[in-house]
Design a protein around this ligand. Sequence first.
Ligand code: ADP
Length: 191
Amino acid sequence: MFNLILFGPPGSGKGTQSEKLIAKYGLKHLSTGDLLRSEIAAQTPLGLEAKSFMDKGQLVPDEVVIGMISSALDNNPNAKGFLFDGFPRTEAQAEALDKLLKLKKTAIHLMLALDVAEAELIKRLLGRGKTSGRSDDTNEEVIKARIAEYHKKTTPVADYYLKFDKVKHIKGEGTVDEIFEVISKEIDGKI
Ligand code: ADP
């Protein structure tokens, strides 16, 4: 198995690169943002709870997303590996993920962290908001709240994996294909 975390702030290109990575490496894509938006669309109790946090640009409580990831791992027993996108976003989530993977006799092999300047993030998210139908991308205050949450709660996750020497930083600015080539080289060196 090969398990990868694609890490980076909102708007750093995780979703775009994930699409290309799952096509090339046959990994199962687990995006907590996408899973939460499906729950909202299906109007489940979990979705309704999550929406109130997401609309404000805040993180959804750890137990909610950890439960979702745990079910997704159980539902994909034959996966060649997983691509985690937008998860883990707190240290508690990282610790929980390590435990879940250990139970399945596997682990995280690599974290690729996309680095993008803040002004560029805001520009990209507002641009995406014009067509994505995502309400959290149309309001600059909500975008800024998401970036603030990232700095406060999510950056420690990179430090957590750094302790195990699993982190590689990638410049997240340039063309989609240029960035994908750098990412692919890192994966090919590990897989
Ligand atoms: P982005 O990375 O562009 O903000 P996502 O689709 O990954 O977009 O996430 C959208 C929202 O969903 C986040 O602002 C947050 O409220 C919620 N969310 C997604 N993943 C997590 C997570 N692992 N933990 C807590 N909240 C999450």
